[in-house]
Write a protein of this length. Structure first.
Length: 61
C-alpha cells in the first residue's frame, strides 16, 4: 500500500485512533511500560500522518 493511496491515510487515522484508546487504558491501569510503548507507537503513526499532511496532534502526553 502506497502512502499516496487514500485508503492508506484512512487506515492510519483509524489505527491512530485505536492506539490512543489503548494509550488511555494503559494510563488508567498505571502500567508505565505499556504506556510508554503505546505512546511511542502513537507518535510514530502521528509522524507518518504529519508527512501526509494529516497530523492529528492529540493530547495524549
Amino acid at each position: 500500500m502506497s502512502s499516496k493511496d487514500p485508503q492508506y491515510s484512512d487506515k492510519l487515522l483509524m489505527l491512530y485512533s485505536l492506539k490512543l484508546e489503548q494509550l488511555m487504558r494503559a494510563r488508567a491501569s498505571a502500567n508505565t511500560f505499556r504506556f510508554l510503548v503505546l505512546q511511542a507507537e502513537a507518535e510514530a503513526i502521528n509522524q507518518e500522518l504529519k508527512q501526509l499532511g494529516m497530523s492529528k496532534l492529540s493530547g495524549y502526553e
